[in-house]
Structures are given as structure tokens and as C-alpha cells.
Write a protein that binds this ligand. Sequence first.
Ligand SMILES: *[C@@H]1O[C@H](CO)[C@@H](O)[C@H](O)[C@H]1NC(C)=O
Ligand SMILES: *[C@@H]1O[C@H](CO)[C@@H](O)[C@H](O)[C@H]1NC(C)=O
Ligand SMILES: *[C@@H]1O[C@H](CO)[C@@H](O)[C@H](O)[C@H]1NC(C)=O
Ligand SMILES: *[C@@H]1O[C@H](CO)[C@@H](O)[C@H](O)[C@H]1NC(C)=O
Length: 497
Amino acid sequence: MGCRSGRCHLRKWAADTSDLHGLKHIAGSGNLFRRLVWLCLFLTALGFCIYECYLVFVGFLSFNHVTQVDVLYSTEVEFPAVTVCNINKYRESAFTEDDIKNVGVHLGIIDEDHNLLLPELYTDEFRDFIDSVNWTVVEEDPDYNMTDFTIRTGHQKEDMILSCLWKEEPCEESDFQHKLTHLGNCYSFNLQGANSDEADWKHSYAAGAANGLQLILNMETPEYTPTNDLDGGAMDAGLRIMFHYPTEPPYPKELGFAVAAGDHSFISMRHEKITSLPDPYSECESDGADIITHFDHYSLQACRIECETLVVVAECGCRLPEMPGDDDVCGPADLHECAHPTLVEFITGNLDSAESCECFSPCEVENYPFTLSTSRLRLTYLEALFANTSTNFTAAYIGENIAVVSMYYEALNFETIDMLPEYTVATLLAVLGGNLGLFLGASFLTLAQLGEYCFDEVVGWCICTPKKEDDDKNDGGNKVGHVPTVTAMDAWGAQKL
Ligand SMILES: *[C@@H]1O[C@H](CO)[C@@H](O)[C@H](O)[C@H]1NC(C)=O
Ligand SMILES: *[C@@H]1O[C@H](CO)[C@@H](O)[C@H](O)[C@H]1NC(C)=O
Ligand SMILES: *[C@@H]1O[C@H](CO)[C@@H](O)[C@H](O)[C@H]1NC(C)=O
Ligand SMILES: *[C@@H]1O[C@H](CO)[C@@H](O)[C@H](O)[C@H]1NC(C)=O
């Protein structure tokens, strides 16, 4: 009795050619019991192997990631941009009659009858000034310029920044740039244009306060004007400072930190770069250039500012003075009745149309984590220091108004936090290979053997099919390499598996 040639080929292949570990014993000519034990072992190993490979594939397809933290040492580290704002937006003494007539009611300073709403919150000079306003002509000016009003009545650079030392040397006038934000006038140190040369940016070459920035700032608290503007009624007196990457726009109202008068604040920071993997690993924006139109580089702040602008312009038909773009700036009435309420609703997330404007963090973020410590200022010492200058403040005034802020790197290294895929194609192959090898002793070449076997079978089948089985036995062997020998076939037939 001959056997079916296909089964014989398979067994011969399994016993002689295949490198799969168990197969030799299963297909070999040992006793039946041993072969069954080997079959069980083989099937168990195969099951484990399939399960492990399944887990690896699931991990690969669910785009898991791992995080790698590294610390790089460097001899120079880029200094961040530092934006300084007063928490108060408008200065009392800067109001003119024209301002009061146009914005007084809308900002909640005076009521319809031209009386101060909360007279006890203002200085005597301001009350006298309100009393002296000639209300005979009260028409509002349709062309009243809110941008001009915000810049003119905001805190001025020369009043606010009394002293600036960069690495113990006085700063240059051009080191600070004026920026309008939700807090009004702000001044940014080391703010750079998108195309500026990075070599010209400020760098620290050593850690410590002497290699950083020191500012002496005057908050001008007697000038604070309570209004119903965004943060105009803030309960604090102080400054808001924000660190950001030099090409990113500042957004100090939401993202800054505060310093108080009468204190010397020491802010020691570190530099941290976070790199995330784009979709499908995480929801980060790898190239947001097409999302934003008013800024050259995508950043979270730029996107938030864009979104706010879009929403306010869509709702009110005009923009706030601090917003970018070519749309008209809102007049005092629009600002109070539409733009500010819309903005507040948007920021708090209560606006329905807000969903159309989502900002994802960019895939590469530069952070400046810091620690802040303070000491009290020696008021009499500062009084003496200022005595013979144009800013000859008294000790009491200094305690209420002057803050000294030192900002510097705590260590001259930067941390990189990288998100890496848990499985790349290379690790996938390595893990698959490990599993196949551990459980089955199989490798890529085992697959090649299987392929070769199939190829031979197909070729053999094509050539032999028209012939009889007897011919196959005798002649086929010469034509095709893998046709089994008579002995093997007889052995198969005799055991009748
Ligand atoms: C107030 O202004 C009107 C119109 O300009 C003028 O006629 C009037 O004399 C002014 N009154 C005072 C008290 O200055
Ligand atoms: C408003 O004032 C700003 C700043 O002074 C100026 O740049 C702008 O051109 C003015 N806008 C109009 C419409 O006059
Ligand atoms: C300020 O001027 C006075 C009088 O000219 C002088 O006696 C004093 O030493 C000066 N103080 C400082 C700190 O320069
Ligand atoms: C401060 O200086 C001004 C002018 O320089 C002077 O009139 C004033 O009396 C000085 N105040 C104090 C407290 O010394």
C-alpha cells in the first residue's frame, strides 16, 4: 500500500528538513507514546507563542509609548523671554476728560449721573478731577481710539521698570518690547522675532543669580483704578510675570505667576524640552502653521490668542485692542457689552462655538519650571539708595510698591523628556523573533523552509498529477528534489497514523 504523496512529503519534511524543534520528534520514527508527548509539548509551546505574539501585536497597534528623561549638560543655555505686567490695567492720573466721557460709564467708573460708583476706592485727586469735568457736551466720540487709550493710560515702562540688570550690567533700552495683553501694557525682555538669529538671543553661561536678570519694579499702587474690565477689579496689588520661549507670544493673565511688593523674589528655573509623538501616539500638534494666521510659529499661547480673536470677532464684529489682526478695534460700548463677556465665556469654556477652536499642545514644548523664594526688602536701605534720584521714594512707599525680582538658572543643564514608541518595527521583530525562538526554535529561515516546501509541493503536484501513483514513486524522484524515498513512504503506511 502506498500513501498519499502529500502527507508523506510533509512528514518527511518535518522529520528531516524542518528546524522546528518539536516536529522532528513528532514526525520521527520513535514510539507512539513519546511522539504524542512531543505533540502535546509542541502544541502547548505553539499556544504560548501565539498568545505572546498576539499581545505584542496588540501593543504595537495600540501605539503605546514610553517616556525617556535625559539631562544634557551645556556651557550655555538660552534664557527665556520674560514678560512683566502690572495686575492693574489703567492709571488713574492718566485719564483725561475725553476718556472719562467716553469710557467712564462702560468701565464702571461712573454711573449715568456722572458720579463715581465707589468713591472710596479712588484718590482725592481723582475725585476732584471727576468733579471738575465739564459735562455740558457728553456725546460719545464714535472714533474714540481704545488702543490709544489702553496704551496711554497703562503703566509706562519708564515708571514701572526702575532698574534692570542683565548679568550685573544695565540692560539696554531695546531689551524690552512693549506688548499689549489682557492685562494692558506689558514689557517683554528677550522677546525675539521668528526669523531672528538664535545666536543673538540672551544666553546664560553659568548658573546662579549673577548670570541672570534682576529687575526693580514699581507697581504704582496709588494709581490702581478699579474697573469692570477683565481683571480690573482684581483684589491683588502686584505684578504678573511669565516665562516663555522667546518666539512665543506672552499670555500672562492665565499663565503667569505673581510677585508682591516689598519682597525680593528669587526665581531659579530650569530648562525642559518635552517632545511628544504625533498622532496616533498622542494628540499633539506637529505642525500647526496652517491653524494660526497671525503668528509665525505654532504655540499653545499663539493658538489661544487666535481662538479668542476668532470668537470675539465672530460674535462682536470687532476685536480687543490686544488682539492681532486687521479687524476694527471695538469701541468702549461694544467692548463692555459684547467683547468682554464673550471672552470671559470663551475662557471659562461656556461658549458653544468654543468647540470649533481647540488648541493642542505642540509636539515640542519648551518649559521653564521654577522655584520661587522671597526675602523682605530692607526699606530704609532702599530709601537711602533712591534718595538723591528722581525716584526719591519714602520707605512706606517702597514697602507698598517696589518689588525686586531676580531670575536665573538653577543649573546649567536642560532636561529632555521624550515620548518614544513602545514598539518600533525593529522591537516588534525582535520580540516576535524572541517568542518564536523561545517556544518553537523557529526563525525567519524556518519560514523560508516552509516556503520552499510549499513551492516544491506545488511544483511536484503540477508535474506529477497527470501521472499514476506508481510513476510518481519511481520517476518523480528524479525530477523533483523533495519526493520522498520509498522507505519513508513505507514507514508511514505501515504505522497507519
Ligand atoms: C463747558 O463746555 C461748554 C461747551 O464747550 C462751554 O460752553 C462751557 O462754558 C463750559 N463750562 C465750564 C464751566 O467750563
Ligand atoms: C489708535 O491708536 C493706535 C496707537 O496710538 C494707533 O496705532 C492706531 O492707528 C489708532 N487707530 C485709529 C483708527 O486711529
Ligand atoms: C544725597 O545728597 C546729599 C546732599 O547732596 C548727600 O549728603 C548724600 O550723601 C547723598 N546721598 C547719596 C546716597 O548719594
Ligand atoms: C524728591 O525729589 C523732588 C525733586 O527732585 C523734591 O522736590 C522732593 O522734595 C523730594 N522728596 C523727598 C521725600 O526727598
